[in-house]
Write a protein of this length. Structure first.
Length: 393
């Protein structure tokens, strides 16, 4: 991204005037054109009524499906709007048929909420959860994956980017193996969509879930689900209503034949339409340029943090993204976060709740998570580093 584009992004991000926001992996600052559109939609609901507004803006609601499909190289019929990424992920995961002895394979860096769901279904069905160990780079060992897959393997599932570090998991390599062995592949792309190019055809995933509030800079309470076309009619959602299916008679219902069978009739209509606008906004800059900007800034931040005594950068992997995590020998992560907040710098703390399996293995309790976006400036990065040095001096 050139200087003019970065300045445009900052001019159109009103929050930049008030805070240094390095918590984009939690929830990004919404761009003004997206926020204004959302407010306008809600104001119309206030003045005209919710049903009436949705009817008059039906094409804007449909725009969401078109834009998500363009973003990830899918078809609009393969996209569902879901109220958050966790529920989108759940709707697919709980649709996968499992029986006693079946096998779910995930990775050591998997998101804690997903691991709970794996264990939940294992308890319900008698299926087995198998953890793929890491290689020397801290990435899932794809050689071990080939050895683990057998006729009872019913799902390979992982997070593209773990919540607790800068690691970018080798999604395409794992997708190629999953496709080779004919095993369905679910990718949690919550932290990757919006900060890097994500192409479902290149990755080879059958299902993908993501959120609006993180790197796509959309409203909270929005998410989407991708279901590959040849899987849509093979799966029955765990929950359905009269949007997902038509009631034919007292004994019969007929499910939709697109990914919207995983939706509810009632949803955040203003958020759905504004989410589509947020995707348009990102694509106007271009995901390759966004990725280059974010990754370059994050690499610079890691390099500079490593120069500070008693501070350890904890990110793993050959390819590292815009999430930068670190810990200090003397100051705990929560203290660093609160002290930075007093100085109008937003970061978050990643603890065992989100990265339990990985953190346990590595002996980590918690880390400070600073997550960069393309609208962050070099001046903000220097300001952040100066405050960190002051805190740990």
């Amino acid at each position: 991204m050139n200087k003019r584009e970065i300045q445009r992004a900052r001019n159109e991000t009103r929050g930049c005037e008030y805070v240094t926001h390095f918590n984009n992996a939690g929830s990004s600052l919404m761009a003004a054109p997206v926020a204004d559109y959302l407010y306008e939609f809600l104001q119309e609901e206030e003045m005209r009524g919710g049903y009436e507004t949705a009817a008059s803006r039906s094409m804007e609601l449909e725009n969401f499906y078109v834009r998500v499909a363009e973003l990830i190289n899918a078809k609009p019929k393969e996209i569902a709007f879901v109220e958050n990424a966790t529920r989108a992920w759940d709707m697919i995961f709980y649709s996968i048929p499992l029986r006693a002895g079946d096998q779910i394979i995930t990775v050591r860096s998997e998101y804690g909420s997903n691991v709970i769901a794996y264990l939940h279904r294992a308890k319900q069905t008698g299926a087995e959860l198998v953890i793929l160990e890491n290689n020397d780079d801290g990435e899932p060992d794809t050689n071990q994956l080939r050895k683990l897959i057998n006729k009872k393997t019913k799902l390979i599932s992982m997070s593209h980017i773990p919540t607790g570090g800068g690691l970018v998991n080798p999604a395409s390599e794992i997708g190629a193996i999953a496709n080779e062995y004919g095993v369905p592949y679910l990718l949690d792309a919550c932290q990757s969509v919006g900060q890097m190019s994500v192409d479902v055809a290149d990755i080879g995933c059958d299902f993908l879930s993501a959120t609006g509030r993180k790197f796509l800079r959309g409203p909270r309470g929005t998410g989407f689900l991708y279901v590959k076309q040849d899987w849509i009619e093979r799966l029955e959602p765990p929950l359905i209503d009269q949007f997902a299916a038509n009631l034919l008679d007292e004994k019969t219902y007929l499910l939709r034949r697109d990914a919207r069978k995983f939706e509810n009739w009632e949803r955040y209509f203003a958020g759905q339409a504004a989410f589509g606008r947020a995707i348009e906004y990102a694509m106007d800059f271009g995901l390759p340029k966004i990725q280059h900007r974010i990754f370059k800034m994050a690499d610079k931040l890691r390099e500079r943090l490593q120069e500070i005594p008693e501070l350890e950068v904890t990110d793993q992997g050959r390819l590292k993204c815009g999430i930068v995590t670190f810990r200090h020998e003397a100051l705990d992560a929560a203290t660093i976060k609160s002290e930075l907040a007093r100085r109008k710098i937003n970061v978050s703390v990643s603890s065992g709740s989100g990265s339990r399996l990985s953190f346990m293995e590595r002996g980590i309790e918690a880390v400070v998570r600073a997550s960069i976006h393309y609208y962050n400036s070099e001046e903000e990065l220097e300001h952040f580093l100066s405050k960190i040095r002051q805190l740990v001096a």
